[in-house]
Ligand binder design. Structure first.
Ligand code: NAP
Length: 534
């Protein structure tokens, strides 16, 4: 095996997390490269091309806090569309000139720690091999599309696609289309194509508690004027539960009158976006009665817009099928109006499940044959440990990380794993989940940069989380899950606490001499990093 480069740090993924890492390591003079599977910057946004794809975190929060980048950038819409996000990535390149440090079209297949060198050996699909002291995965949670294992999918003779790989030239106009799944991608596709297609059938399993986006255009002058506050704003985002600069309302719902609540809920609804989640009463996610009241308000708002009673009950059921906020709600523009259209049908999969795929479309359990030209899977991704099925991360003895996790995920801080030294990941198993993506990724990225810098500047060549530390962290993950109204009955995949609390926990570990880590030095020339650049 020929090693083509020897570096301090290798990062996988050229989205926000990877770029943030690269920028800071370059600034400190480390040798670093990003390996990116796609041909350009943007992470998931690069390949997310389905109609209507749009960010559901509002501007100006959905961007990097790097001043060189934000000082010359303004957004045109409160919730930018996919193309504008991709243009923002090109602005990052114009400003920071990072592409020269990125190897594109370079899908990483495996990485293994070499105990004798204290280095990772990383292999890409095209045979390219890099060795590095530190190995950092910044691939996000949505890298491996999930298609449910329906029987006979191949029997369908029409076009079958997943939202993650929408063909550039697919024309849905005048076609009979099915959309399976009503998560963020499903909602956006449905509201975007409903008026163009001849007929649309939406297959819903769980209703999405979609909130009114209240989209609007943004003007340059107002944004430029607000930039003097950006440094404070970016710092503040890391001090709140959800990664925006605003916080929960510091009052219990039960300490208010019904009139006060109604007017407060209306205000949040009018501002739109995530405010109904992020700025709501402090006990909305801890107290069932408070949560039910938020649900009732949401349900009635939706029912006002949906004309058909049967559709009302499927989309916004009388009894909440799960606690409000337990699943990340999508932001919608005209989703419910589109579902009112004559050419749009809604199938409740809880009543009539998909029994099989047939040549002309889909047959449901009631025996009805639904005919389609195109079937769209908006069924999401293999999250949690899913990304590790294709990208093999191996310990020095060859143990695959999935083998280690076969009896449950153990990590320390949702970023490091015992037995896998000098390895960090972001936005993965046991990381914080439901918050503004860029803030969350920067909280983790800042911490990793601090840790790597600490190791490098003190001559440590190996850093590893202890088994005790990851056992303790796993207990915390389960405790937070127990306390949550959205308690999952299977293994909790994410850190279900506030982002601010998570940030404090990580800072506390760092300021206590990286409690829970063992740092060591190998003084041999090789391990100390005296390599000849290849
Ligand atoms: P998702 O949120 O996981 O939604 C998947 C949908 O498919 C759900 O409605 C799910 O129903 C349904 N589904 C799964 N298996 C099914 C089956 N066997 N039969 C019927 N329905 C099935 O996936 P996504 O919408 O692609 O989003 C993925 C991630 O990307 C999310 O974290 C999302 O927030 C993010 N995202 C963000 C944006 C944005 O910022 N604007 C846009 C798109 C995606 P159940 O709920 O019943 O499981």
């Amino acid at each position: 095996m020929q090693v083509q480069e020897d570096l301090d740090i290798v990062i996988v993924g050229a989205g926000y997390s990877g770029i943030h890492q690269l920028y800071h390591y370059r600034k400190q003079g480390y040798s670093v490269r990003i390996l990116e599977a796609e041909s350009d910057l943007g992470g998931a946004w690069w390949w997310t091309r389905y109609p209507g794809a749009r960010v559901d975190s509002e501007a100006p929060f959905y961007q990097l806090s790097i001043e060189e980048v934000w000082k010359d950038w303004v957004w045109t819409e409160r919730f930018p569309c996919r193309d504008e996000v991709c243009e923002y990535y090109q602005h990052i390149e114009r400003t920071l000139g990072i592409k020269q440090h990125i190897r594109f079209n370079s899908r990483v297949l495996s990485a293994q720690f070499d105990e004798s060198l204290h280095r990772w050996v990383i292999t890409a699909k095209d045979g390219y091999v890099i060795r590095s002291r530190f190995f950092i995965l910044a691939i996000g949670a949505a890298s491996k599309p999930y298609t449910p294992p329906f029987a006979d999918i191949t029997s369908f003779q029409g076009v079958c696609i997943h939202t993650a790989s929408w063909p550039k030239d697919l024309d849905v106009k005048g076609k009979k289309v099915a959309v399976i799944g009503t998560g963020a991608s499903g909602v956006q596709v449905i509201q975007s194509i409903g008026s163009q297609v001849a007929h649309l059938t939406v297959f819903q399993r769980t209703p999405n508690y979609a909130l009114a986006m209240q989209q609007k255009k943004l003007d340059r002058k107002t944004q430029e004027e607000s930039k003097r506050l950006f440094p404070a704003m970016f710092r503040r985002c890391k001090q709140t539960p959800n990664g925006f600069s605003f916080d929960r309302f510091p009052k219990s719902l039960h300490a208010t009158t019904p009139e006060e609540r109604l007017l407060f809920f209306e205000d949040l609804w009018t501002v739109g976006g995530w405010r109904f989640v992020t700025n709501n009463y402090m006990d909305i996610f801890t107290d069932k009665k408070a949560n039910d009241e938020a649900y009732t308000f949401w349900r009635d708002k939706v029912r006002e817009r949906v004309h058909d009673q049967a559709k009302q009950e499927i989309l916004a059921p009388t009894i909440p099928p799960y606690p409000f906020g337990a699943k990340r709600p999508s932001l919608e523009i005209d989703y419910y109006d589109v579902l009112n259209r004559q050419n749009v049908d809604l199938v409740d999969l809880n009543k009539w499940e998909i029994s099989n795929f047939i040549q002309s479309g889909i047959q449901t359990a009631d025996g009805v044959e639904h005919e389609f030209d195109i079937i769209v899977f908006a069924t999401g991704f293999h999250t949690f440990t899913g990304p590790y099925t294709e990208l093999k991360v191996r310990a020095a003895d060859g143990t695959d990380i999935l083998e280690k996790w076969s009896d449950g995920v153990y990590s320390y801080l949702g970023m490091t794993v015992h037995g896998f030294p000098n390895f960090f990941y972001m936005y993965g198993p046991q990381s914080p989940g439901s918050c503004n993506g860029p803030t969350c990724s920067e909280v983790q990225s800042d911490w990793i940069i601090g840790c790597v810098t600490h190791a490098m500047s003190n001559g440590f060549t190996r850093i590893e989380a202890t088994r005790e530390a990851e056992i303790e962290y796993r207990q915390l993950i389960f405790e937070l899950n127990e306390r949550s109204l959205s308690k999952s009955t299977s293994e909790p995949t994410n850190y279900k606490g506030d982002l601010a609390q998570y940030g404090r926990l990580c800072s506390d570990v760092a300021s206590n001499h990286y409690r829970g880590f063992v740092f060591s030095k190998d003084t041999s020339d090789v391990a100390a990093g005296k390599f000849t650049r290849l």
